[in-house]
Design a protein around this ligand. Structure first.
Ligand code: BTX
Length: 325
């Protein structure tokens, strides 16, 4: 019932709706309506109550409460279920604990992560109220080796979404970062659980620095935010809705038609690496190379210093002449 009341409040944000209207519409008592309104207020929704007029949702622009995302999304499946937290260790870690019980497309998001994770056990700084820290739980029924393609879908969707909302020149740094002016504004962590021939579930963790004003000293050189680059604050809800909508479109054409065409086109057009001299870091070793392109399978095609052409599946690539990043 709470969800239905919230939906009504979102649909009538311009004016108040009376307790009587809600009571009739949902076929419940006025006390029940009142109780649900109190409970929504406790969850952080700002609801104005005026005698004789009723209730009105006053949304603060910068909040990312789940209703603001859910009722603005026009997707088929992704985001129909949203689990929202004020604070959590990591949305990816939590997603793993619920993945088998929740429907495909469930999103877990949090206003803050205190144990945000990057790849290979690295940390992901996720301060409160500043970024988008979310995980998509997907059940695609594809072989595990195709999981990487879903990561590319996420990168293309985030890059396109950021460009459309902010107009900033976001680039995809293969395989899973989004950079602006050579600094990382987003990281994607895709984790797969399954058997040899089929994925049980796949968790795509997306971390975007949106309104961060500054970063811990050790990140200053390589991290940035949309606010720092665009010199203005951005609405996190609007970004989430845009990115999820684009993601679902790309994801559907991959799953239904096996097509990654648009995703590859975007990853190539907006690549931060193609045509550049880079250093490939694999385990303990480093090798200089020039990036030639990206294959249809999503591998990075590079030319090594001895002229050999290699297709790289995963690993670290740092652009030469730009420090370690
Ligand atoms: P990565 O291993 O490519 O990047 C981690 C590295 O990036 C860190 O070692 C650090 O140098 C740098 N870093 C840490 N925090 C930030 C930041 N906020 N901005 C820029 N650079 C940073 C990238 O891994 C994958 C990150 C995924 C994060 C999402 S958030 C939602 C979900 N939950 C979760 O725990 N992780 C994912």
């Amino acid at each position: 019932m709470k969800d239905k009341i919230l939906k009504e409040l979102y649909e009538h944000q311009e004016n108040h709706i009376s307790g009587e209207y809600l009571r009739k519409k949902l076929n419940v008592s006025r006390t029940a309506v009142w109780k649900q309104i109190q409970s929504l207020k406790e969850e952080g929704y700002v609801i104005e109550t005026m005698s004789r007029k009723g209730y009105r949702l006053l949304e603060q622009r910068d909040e990312i409460l789940p209703g603001g995302v859910k009722f603005n999304l026009n997707t088929r499946e992704i985001g129909k279920e949203i689990k929202y937290f004020d604070t959590i260790d990591s949305t990816n870690t939590y997603s793993k604990t619920i993945a088998l019980e929740v429907p495909h497309g469930t999103i877990v998001m949090s206003d803050e992560q205190v144990g945000g994770r990057g790849r290979l056990g690295r940390n992901w700084s996720s301060p409160k109220g500043e970024g988008i820290w979310m995980s998509l739980i997907l059940k695609p029924g594809i072989p595990p080796n195709e999981g990487m393609k879903v990561s590319h879908i996420a990168a293309a969707a985030v890059c396109k979404g950021i460009r459309e909302i902010t107009g900033l020149e976001a680039l995809v740094k293969w395989p899973n970062d989004i950079v602006i002016n050579g600094k990382k504004v987003c990281g994607i962590l895709t984790e797969v659980a399954g058997e040899l021939n089929e994925i049980h579930y796949l968790i795509v963790g997306i971390g975007i620095n949106v309104n961060n004003i500054d970063f811990p000293t050790e990140l200053e050189e390589k991290a940035s935010s949309l606010l720092i680059e665009g010199k203005k604050k951005y609405d996190r809800k609007e970004l989430i809705v845009k990115i999820i909508s684009i993601f679902e479109k790309f994801y559907d054409s991959f799953i239904k038609e096996g097509s990654l065409e648009e995703v590859l086109r975007l990853c190539r057009q907006y690549s931060a690496l193609i045509g550049r001299e880079v250093v490939i870091i694999k385990g303990g070793s480093q090798e200089a190379a020039k990036v030639l392109g990206m294959t249809d399978e999503g591998f990075l095609e590079v030319e090594l210093s001895d002229g050999r052409i290699e297709h790289i599946f995963s690993g670290e690539v740092s652009v030469r002449g730009q420090g370690t990043y």
